[in-house]
Design a protein around this ligand. Structure first.
Ligand code: ADP
Ligand code: MG
Length: 562
């Protein structure tokens, strides 16, 4: 079918009830592209209809260098999604009832990862997936408006993605920025680093709710003793702070930029869009932010390396609770991340449970060890690194006992890092530690868990994202607020679909890390669109840690006993 067939169909809809829009489902060949209507909304207020535009490569004319490897391709796709989102917003003329007239593309925020909004094929063809609100007055179809939208406006959206109409300098910057960041992340290991923060980076954000860069911020500059230089494919030679494996402290006075640096490192597992300020802040991919999360559900987690005998002899080698304390939640977050293969922990004193982090000499004297089940992180942090190669980067403003266990100490001073490692060593000598180390048994890594099939809600609709930090599954709500490295609502959408597949695998007896990595590998190999039954433009790539994190917070989760 072609554009004329679509026109015929639309004209026949005049004055009919909204349900008649269903006739539009199908594929229509236009001059420059194919229009595919995958799903038509049931009424004007329902979630908008699922549309695709497949723009032919000889019309798009994308230059081959811009998608010559996966890094460039992802940069290009994010750029095209960004352009399409803006263009769609410009072309949207809301009319009639409900979502009528809406054209919506899910472009990138500050981070770039694979997203289903745009996919560039091997020959340079573009598939744009987006949402359209078909127009109506009440429940009556507005056919003239629909005709204009489908036959005049959508072709303009397609044309906006032709190379000749794109801002080419910016295209180049998206592609190069993404490739440089990927390159830098893969080089980390050879450089002997777990993170890198380039000189000139702008770390602070405009506000707590606005992730764009702050204006007038102090640009980052590495101290000479911790500076590393690296040659990037596009940017050339870059200097910056190199963070080595081991235990790194970020210290300094309040409001001097400690948490801002840590936040940038948390998000350094992702690439950033040009002009974000953190394009060359790059962290090892398995770095996991850990925080306290009292009230969370814990299911069968071995927290015994951190929590010994609980009151009334409650077992901590397979610990479950519907309502964790600050310290048990932080211990569980660590053990769950280790189960998934985390190699770096990022911890901010601001969001930690104090008694999980430290127990000082006076408190040890007052409360005997028999009455304190917690083995503080302070007493495990070196063991984690020396035995398992798991590094920690910790923001510490209050607890000088940590100087004892640090390999590197970075002080933030008026938003600039200073290497105070030597001075910290002297301080440790001047003020010897009065506290005792509180370790009982050796730290052992947790065994992968298996879950019972009755863990998972039986609901026809399956899990669905309701917000960045919330997934609804039947009557179960999963609260993802503590997964601070989840940044894009489209990641949550994708994770919701993935959860259903994960539940199937787990029900068949796979253990958690096994099941999660299989899903992530499949997505990597076959694409994100594999997750949803219909192609849709609101899915984005997520990490194994966040998918497992969502499952771990399912309140109906039960350990398998066999
Ligand atoms: P800390 O954790 O040391 O108390 P924060 O990281 O929370 O400090 O930073 C305190 C304030 O300073 C925040 O409002 C933050 O946005 C701002 N800030 C952080 N880094 C910079 C910088 N490089 N230039 C300007 N302002 C900054
Ligand atoms: Mg802080």
């Amino acid at each position: 079918m072609d554009a004329r067939d679509l026109l015929q169909r639309v004209l026949r809809l005049e004055g009919k009830g909204y349900g008649a829009y269903k006739d539009l489902k199908g594929r229509y060949r236009f001059e420059d592209f194919e229009l595919i209507i995958d799903k038509v909304q049931a009424d004007p207020f329902a979630p908008p209809s699922l549309f695709r535009l497949r723009i032919f490569s000889d019309r798009a004319q994308l230059p081959a260098w811009a998608y010559a490897n996966p890094s460039r391709q992802i940069g290009l796709e994010n750029f095209l999604a960004w352009v399409a989102e803006k263009e769609a917003r410009r072309l949207t003329k809301r009319l009639g009832t409900g979502k009528g007239g809406l054209i919506l593309v899910h472009g990138p925020g500050q981070e770039m990862f694979r997203r289903t909004a745009v996919e560039v094929g091997p020959e340079g063809e573009i598939e744009l997936r987006f949402f359209v609100g078909l127009p109506a007055a009440g429940r009556r179809i507005l056919a003239k408006e629909a005709r204009k939208l489908l036959l005049e406006t959508l072709p303009l959206l397609a044309k906006a993605l032709f190379y000749e109409n794109l801002p080419r300098d910016l295209l180049k910057r998206f592609v190069e920025t993404n490739e440089d960041a990927d390159f830098l992340r893969t080089r980390l290991k050879e450089l002997g680093l777990i993170a890198f923060v380039a000189d000139g980076s702008i770390l602070p954000r405009a506000s707590g709710v606005d992730p764009r860069p702050a204006r007038g911020a102090v640009p980052f500059k590495a101290p000479e003793s911790l500076a590393v230089e690296v040659e990037l494919p596009h940017r050339g030679r870059v200097r910056g702070l190199g963070i080595r494996p081991g235990v790194t402290l970020i210290v300094g006075g309040g409001f001097h930029g400690k948490s801002t640096l840590l936040r940038a490192l948390e998000l350094g597992v992702y690439n950033h869009v040009p002009d974000d300020g953190r394009e060359l802040v790059v962290t090892e991919p398995s770095a996991v932010k850990i925080r306290a999360e009292d009230g969370r559900q814990i299911t069968g987690v071995n927290i015994s390396p951190f929590i010994g005998r609980l009151p009334f002899g409650k077992d901590t080698t397979s610990f479950s609770t519907p309502c964790a304390s600050g310290s048990t939640s932080q211990a569980a977050n660590i053990m769950e991340a280790l189960e998934m293969g985390a190699r770096v922990f990022l911890i901010d004193e601001d969001t930690s449970a104090t008694n999980f982090m430290i127990r000082d000499a006076r408190m040890q004297a007052l409360i005997s060890k028999e009455k304190e089940p917690i083995i503080p992180y302070l007493d495990r942090v070196r063991e984690l690194y020396e035995k398992f190669g798991v590094s920690s980067i910790l923001v510490i403003g209050g607890s000088g006992d940590y100087l004892e266990v640090a390999d590197t100490v970075i002080a933030m001073d008026h938003y600039l890092p200073v290497d105070v490692t030597q001075r910290a060593r002297e301080v440790v000598k001047e003020f010897p530690l009065a506290r005792k180390r509180e370790v009982e048994g050796p730290f052992s890594l947790p065994a992968p868990r298996r879950f019972a099939p009755q863990s998972f809600p039986r609901d026809r609709k399956g899990p669905r994202a309701k917000a960045l930090d919330r997934i609804l599954w039947g009557r179960e709500q999963i609260d993802l607020g503590a997964l601070e490295q989840l940044v894009d609502r489209d990641q949550t959408n994708a994770m919701a679909y993935a959860l259903e597949i994960l539940a199937e695998r787990l029900s068949r007896g796979d253990n958690l890390p096994e099941a999660v990595s299989k899903i992530c590998e499949e997505v990597e190999r076959e694409g994100l669109h594999r997750l949803s039954p219909l192609p849709r433009g609101d899915l984005a790539a997520f990490r194994p840690f966040e998918l497992a994190g969502a499952l771990n917070r399912l309140r109906s989760l039960k350990i398998r006993h066999d």
